[in-house]
Design a protein around this ligand. Structure first.
Ligand SMILES: Cc1cc2nc3c(=O)[nH]c(=O)nc-3n(C[C@H](O)[C@H](O)[C@H](O)COP(=O)(O)OP(=O)(O)OC[C@H]3O[C@@H](n4cnc5c(N)ncnc54)[C@H](O)[C@@H]3O)c2cc1C
Length: 508
């Protein structure tokens, strides 16, 4: 740190999620002294949110460490803080590579039957092969279709004409593939795979390691990280209204000092700063970029913010007195027999929203969770579900489960649904690379202000958050790495340009 000239600079981080905390920790460790995190809500963690459900804890937001292995910094931190069980930390677990896709498991159909493994295995294999192919266009100059959905559906149609099965089996195969597309929508946090850009799809990278969870809750990691920061660093319940930059603001306590940026909060508070790291979710940025940043963002950034995808994936927790699933079952997939990916039907979202649920994951082990399922639903149907009461959702879930199991008396005891789209400071779940987007859109969003290629002034506004990571967007490790990246940008800024930084606080 001796070389650093910037330890006295005032840095404001907007948002106390994984990326904001990650940036604050790195800067604190490097000796920066004047860091403040401003958070709209009353808690740290953002989309990492653990809560109680009856007697157990569940994750409203992030669930797994995706790819828990050495290259994953969230895994590394979780290990350092002793937050994982021995199986998750084992070398075998870290070496397993399922390329982001755990195996498909039990398949229940809408006529109350379970599908045979022979049928489901071959269809799962086909889907995973096609999905693998759809990731290869990142390496080519051309994409045959604009979206992953169109590519997959065209490929499915080609295969379907070759099938020698009877009509009933063909129908079931197509229904299975429809379910797999719904699952993919949950992974991508999108309404439809028709919205996900084919050429850029392969830009998302998976890490080895079989996804693992936090026995004591994901938020335990946030708590552990927060302990590394000074206690009073966060200003909670303090939504930021506007970041004014490229100006010269006087400090409240030291009027002789001037700052290029000033953060204006909804409550009227103003916080002058040398640098601001904005980590608000892309969903929030899409709605508020016009008023959040003044002077307005350059068009290159605006267009990329508009183009990038940000959608909803919600969870529905259901608790049962007794399990109706097999003891080793991890996922219950729901196959609506009347559905096919080859028909271009516009779904009636309000009436049939529940058909968008791809299935339920079983919370394991039962000694810890009791008998709890977690349903997954993406897209407009998911957003519609947020407008319904718990009783309405519970009634629909009871109907669905009775239909698929053929058991007319199964009733969930308790229900809890996430509502990420109506969360005013998130406005959805996570980002994806939409049709028409490429990695350069992410690059544009990342570019700090003033744009360094057109302006020689020092860094003022920097951008982090999961949506700003080129290959790990939509994940907690992507969020953490993005926070570290922006912290590093500031550290480098001061280590590599001491002249700029020395003159910085006195001149601006
Ligand atoms: C349902 C769901 C399931 C998920 N599952 C997984 C998973 O299994 N594994 C995984 O790796 N990832 C998962 N994710 C994604 C993961 O949670 C996120 O990528 C990550 O937590 C994002 O961190 P972040 O810091 O970028 O954003 P956030 O955590 O959203 O933090 C941004 C913060 O900014 C605050 N903010 C917004 N506006 C303002 C304002 N105006 N003023 C001040 N503060 C503001 C917000 O309140 C928030 O606290 C999931 C997400 C969801 C929603």
């Amino acid at each position: 740190m001796d070389k650093l000239q910037g330890i006295d600079s005032h840095i404001v981080i907007i948002g106390c999620g994984m990326s904001g905390i990650g940036a604050a920790l790195k800067l604190t460790k490097e000796g920066f002294k004047n860091i403040k995190i401003i958070e709209a809500t009353g808690r740290s963690g953002g989309r990492i949110k653990t809560t109680t459900f009856g007697n157990v804890i569940v994750e409203i937001g992030a669930n797994w460490i995706h790819g828990p292995s050495k290259a994953n910094p969230v895994f590394q931190l979780a290990c350092e803080h002793g937050l994982l069980d021995s199986q998750a930390m084992s070398e075998e677990n870290q070496a397993l590579d399922v390329e982001g896709h755990p195996s498909f498991q039990s398949f229940y159909s809408s006529s109350g039957n379970k599908l045979t493994p022979e049928l489901t295995k071959s269809v799962s294999q086909l889907f995973l092969t096609l999905l693998g192919k759809s990731k290869e266009f990142i390496l080519t100059e051309k994409e045959p279709y604009p979206s992953v959905g169109e590519f997959l559906k065209k490929e499915i149609a080609k295969h379907a004409v070759e099938w020698k099965d009877d009509a009933e089996t063909k129908k079931l195969k197509l229904a299975l593939l429809t379910m797999m597309l719904k699952l993919e929508c949950c992974f991508s946090g999108t309404h439809s795979m028709d919205l996900v850009g084919l050429g850029a799809f392969g830009g998302y990278k998976t890490l080895p390691g079989l996804d693992c969870t936090f026995p004591g809750g994901y938020e335990g990691l946030i708590d552990a990280m927060m302990k590394g920061l000074p206690e009073s660093i966060v200003s909670y319940n303090n939504p930021v209204k506007c970041v004014h930059w490229n100006w010269s603001f006087r400090g409240a306590n030291s009027p002789e000092q001037t700052f290029p940026v000033m953060v204006e909060c909804e409550n009227g508070e103003t916080v002058p700063a040398n640098h601001v790291i904005v980590t608000v979710p892309l969903g929030y940025l899409k709605e508020h970029y016009e008023t959040l940043i003044n002077p307005s963002l350059p068009l290159s950034k605006v267009h990329s913010i508009q183009r990038m995808g940000f959608g909803t994936n919600n969870k529905i927790f259901l608790e049962f007195e007794e399990p109706f699933w097999e003891p080793d079952c991890e996922v219950i997939n729901l196959i609506w027999e009347d559905e096919t990916p080859l028909a271009d039907v516009k779904p009636d979202v309000n009436q049939f929203w529940m058909k968008k649920i791809f299935g339920f994951t079983v919370l394991h082990p039962p000694e810890r969770y009791g008998h709890v399922l977690c349903g997954w639903i993406a897209g407009h149907e998911s957003e519609y579900m947020e407008t319904l009461s718990d009783t309405e959702v519970k009634n629909s879930m009871t109907e669905v489960i009775r239909k698929f199991t053929g058991n007319p008396s199964i009733t969930p005891k308790r229900i809890l649904q996430s509502k990420w789209h109506s969360d005013p400071y998130t406005k959805g779940s996570y980002s994806y690379v939409a049709v028409g987007c490429s990695g350069s859109d992410i690059e544009n969003i990342v570019q700090p202000l003033p744009l360094q290629e057109t302006d020689t002034k020092p860094l003022q506004v920097l951008f982090a958050g999961e949506a700003t990571h080129q290959s790990f967007y939509s994940t907690t490790h992507g969020a953490l790495l993005s926070g570290w990246r922006e912290a590093d940008r500031l550290i480098t800024h001061y280590t590599q340009s001491p002249l700029i930084s020395q003159n910085f606080s006195s001149k601006l």
